[in-house]
Design a protein. Structure first.
Length: 82
């Protein structure tokens, strides 16, 4: 198979197209460790999860909401510092 940089075609990434991520996929995508995820989840600092059978998943929308909330919290803390 030809490399995308040679063909100019974008490579399909199934994780990017997913409607929901596993905890491991979410952590890898956001460059945090699963340990940090499970440490911050009880504090309400991680996205909402849902179960499908025994799997714990995070919807694309919940991940986007989480990123937005983290950005807003960072913005608010920076505005409070003069």
């Amino acid at each position: 198979m030809a490399r995308p940089e040679v063909t100019g075609r974008k490579q399909f990434n199934a994780v990017d197209a997913a409607d929901a991520y596993s905890v491991e996929e979410f952590c890898a995508r956001h460059r945090i460790s699963p340990q940090l995820f499970y440490k911050l989840k009880p504090q309400g600092l991680m996205p909402v999860t849902f179960n499908v059978g025994t799997r714990v998943l995070i919807s694309r929308e919940a991940a986007a909401d989480w990123r937005r909330a983290r950005e807003n919290a960072a913005r608010a803390s920076h505005q409070g510092v003069s």
